[in-house]
Design a protein around this ligand. Structure first.
Ligand code: AMP
Length: 481
């Protein structure tokens, strides 16, 4: 099967290869090439790989084959995957659903911040695979809902993040309840001394595999950003498509919903375009991709997941309709142009609200990306909104009662897991940073921070300055300044 070339040599079963092909993956990523054969051999593994490198499939694919070759027992899950955040756990579960499409393995997702009843019901269906955040797993374990004595494969994903969030004591507790004879896979974006120590604690004679973060931009790509207002993006995109010598372009949106909207809008304006995203049925995806590859359409509006699997030689332009939340996605996206020594052009429509994501991209690619107005004048990201946000943050009072920061790390971490609060130490790499930003609502968050404490006297306006006082008044047409 052409689509799975490269995957066929890794030792995976036919049904799995079919699922991989259906996911649109054509070649294994470096971590998949290295890890899959080792996991299939049953050895322990310490994997140094970031989110965005395809690390989930590097363990999920072989695990599916390992489990489908064995026999499960009622109420005895055979695989446990621990992830630091509910979002990551959810993504892992989604990946297992995709890759396991041709198998009958059952899975249960156990994450904080949700009621227990559905998760308990899922546990009642004898899942083979548990995908869990540590706090919720312990809660369910303490309620007597889970037996972990049948676990044959343990995955500790994003171990460095677990460490940052104070989850390691929970992980240690969980590991103590597992059989000693098992296969353990631990993944981390970094391999610092503490992670190595944990490796010694959790793994037996592990093989180490490492892949570099995908952070290099080909020298053949010229990239630029255009500062626009969110409401003007579609018009700016059309202008761009008219002005630039666009032979073929991939236009990336952050959300699938926007992929459809942007594609429909461009089509209404007579442009030769179609949408491609992960919610489309496979035959439509294949058909759309073929139409783009054959030049029947020259503009493809797509999401990251759909864009990842694309291997098209000659795309003249990559246009980011949105600044990607995850800086690695920027590199992946613009890597679709400037391939095989050809000149490529990458243009990003950016709004001021996306300043943080732009900074993260600049940090990852190692330099500022030229920013202009739609007219081509040099532009600067106004630092004011960010500084303003900082200035509005309530000052810490000396006589403040004990705060969350003084509570034991474990309690704090558990709370973070349940309430989706982000930990204070943040990575700027990988999906976690992206997810944090995605959920960020600056205005609201600011408001929450400004809530006066009940025991605090409020003087004047306190820390809160209403927006109408803070912002300059709107210009009145015709009025003198
Ligand atoms: P991960 O690092 O596991 O979060 O994967 C990052 C993204 O890459 C996910 O959207 C996967 O669906 C996608 N992906 C994983 N493996 C491949 C592959 N071999 N080819 C194309 N995309 C992939």
């Amino acid at each position: 099967m052409e689509a799975t070339e490269g995957f066929t040599d890794l030792g995976l079963s036919e049904p799995l290869l079919a699922a991989v092909a259906a996911a649109g993956y054509e070649t294994p990523t470096p971590i998949q090439l290295k890890a899959i054969p080792l996991v299939l051999r049953g050895v322990d593994l310490l994997g140094c790989a970031q989110t965005g490198t395809g690390k989930t499939a590097s363990y999920a694919l072989p695990i599916i084959d390992i489990l489908s070759g064995g026999i499960g027992k009622p109420r005895m899950p055979r695989c446990l995957i621990l992830a630091p955040t509910r979002e990551l756990a959810q993504q892992i579960a989604d990946n297992f659903t995709t890759y396991g499409a041709n198998h009958t393995l059952r899975q249960a997702l156990l994450i904080g911040g949700e009621g227990f009843s559905l998760q308990e019901a899922a546990l009642g269906k004898d899942p083979d695979i548990l995908i869990a955040t540590p706090g919720r797993l312990i809660d369910l374990f303490e309620r007597g809902r889970i037996m972990l004595g049948g676990v044959k494969v343990l995955v500790i994903d994003e171990a460095d993040r677990m460490l940052d969030m104070g989850f390691i004591p929970d992980v240690e507790r969980i590991v103590q309840t597992l059989p000693r004879i098992r296969q353990t896979l631990m993944f981390s974006a970094t391999l610092g001394p503490e992670i190595k120590r944990l490796g010694k604690e959790f793994l037996i004679n592990p093989k180490e595999v490492s892949v570099a973060p995908p952070a290099t931009v080909a020298g053949t790509v010229r990239h630029a950003m255009i500062l626009v207002d969110a409401a003007e993006k579609r018009a700016a995109l059309r202008d761009l498509l008219r002005d630039e010598a666009v032979q073929s372009a991939l236009i990336f949106c952050n959300r699938k919903k926007d992929v459809d909207i942007v594609a429909a809008s461009l089509a209404r304006h007579g442009l030769n375009t179609r949408a491609l995203h992960g919610d489309m049925v496979q035959y439509r995806r294949t058909e759309t991709l073929a139409a783009f590859k054959q030049g029947e359409i020259n503009l493809l509006v797509c999401s990251d997941v759909a864009g990842r699997g694309l291997d098209i030689e000659a795309v003249s332009h990559v246009i980011n309709f949105d600044v990607p939340h995850n800086p690695e996605d920027y590199v992946h996206r613009i890597g679709r142009t400037g391939r095989a020594g050809r000149e490529g052009r990458a243009i990003t429509l950016a709004t001021r609200e996306e300043a943080e994501a732009i900074d993260a991209i600049a940090a990852l690619v190692g330099g500022e990306i030229p920013l202009t107005t739609p007219e081509g004048e040099p532009a600067a990201l106004d630092a004011a909104p960010r500084e303003r946000g900082r200035a509005r943050r309530p000052r810490k009072r000396r006589d403040e009662p004990r705060t969350a920061e003084t509570k034991p790390a474990r309690k704090r971490a558990r709370k973070a897991e349940d309430t989706e609060k982000r930990p204070s130490r943040q990575r700027t790499d990988g999906k976690q940073a992206a997810e944090g930003r995605r959920g960020r609502k600056p205005a609201k968050q600011g408001a929450a921070q400004q809530q006066p404490r009940e025991d605090e006297p409020v003087t004047g306006l306190g820390d809160h300055v209403p927006a109408f006082l803070r912002d300059p008044p709107p210009a009145i047409p015709g009025a003198e300044r």
